[in-house]
Design a protein around this ligand. Structure first.
Ligand code: RB5
Length: 147
């Protein structure tokens, strides 16, 4: 399974830690940058990851900026993407089980690397439960289709 990763300049160190962690769990990582410490615009990388996931180049995505907010908003603008910012593992796990999120976001200025690993692990290890949740997720996607 392939995980697309994207981040801005605030999150290079954390991205590399999480990339190694994810690879250690047996996933392939598609690193879409940035890998430069120069100040950059997070929407570029949120969109790149969103497009990689929506287009099938990757199965899931992980995006990181200072708070996780801006880059997740950008990823969510790509049709078919359900990204959410998580600062703890419980929300990360439930976001997959109930909301079928396909992009995980967190903030490099918010969570430390050990908590980020726990969040990532909880999210990757969980899977969509379907059933009543499927109808609700479909309702979310219909909002997108009506736009
Ligand atoms: C960059 O300073 C910062 O605004 C960005 O990393 C992110 O936190 C935006 O949501």
């Amino acid at each position: 399974m392939k995980i697309a990763m994207g981040n801005d300049h605030t999150a290079i160190e954390l991205k590399n830690i999480i990339k190694e962690f994810v690879e250690g769990k047996g996933y392939e990582v598609l690193d879409l940058g940035t890998n430069s410490t120069e100040s950059c615009d997070y929407p570029i990388y949120g969109e790149k990851v969103g497009r990689a996931v929506a287009g099938g180049e990757a199965d899931l995505g992980i995006v990181i900026c200072g708070t996780g907010v801006g880059i997740s908003l950008a990823a969510n603008k790509v049709k078919g993407i359900r990204a959410c910012v998580c600062s703890e593992p419980y929300t990360a796990k439930l976001s997959r089980q109930h909301n079928n999120t396909n992009v995980l976001a967190f903030g490099a200025r918010v969570v430390g690397s050990e908590l980020a690993k726990m969040i990532t692990e909880a999210w990757l290890d969980a899977s969509f439960e379907g059933g009543r949740h499927e109808r609700r997720v479909n309702m979310i996607m219909e909002i997108e289709n009506r736009e």
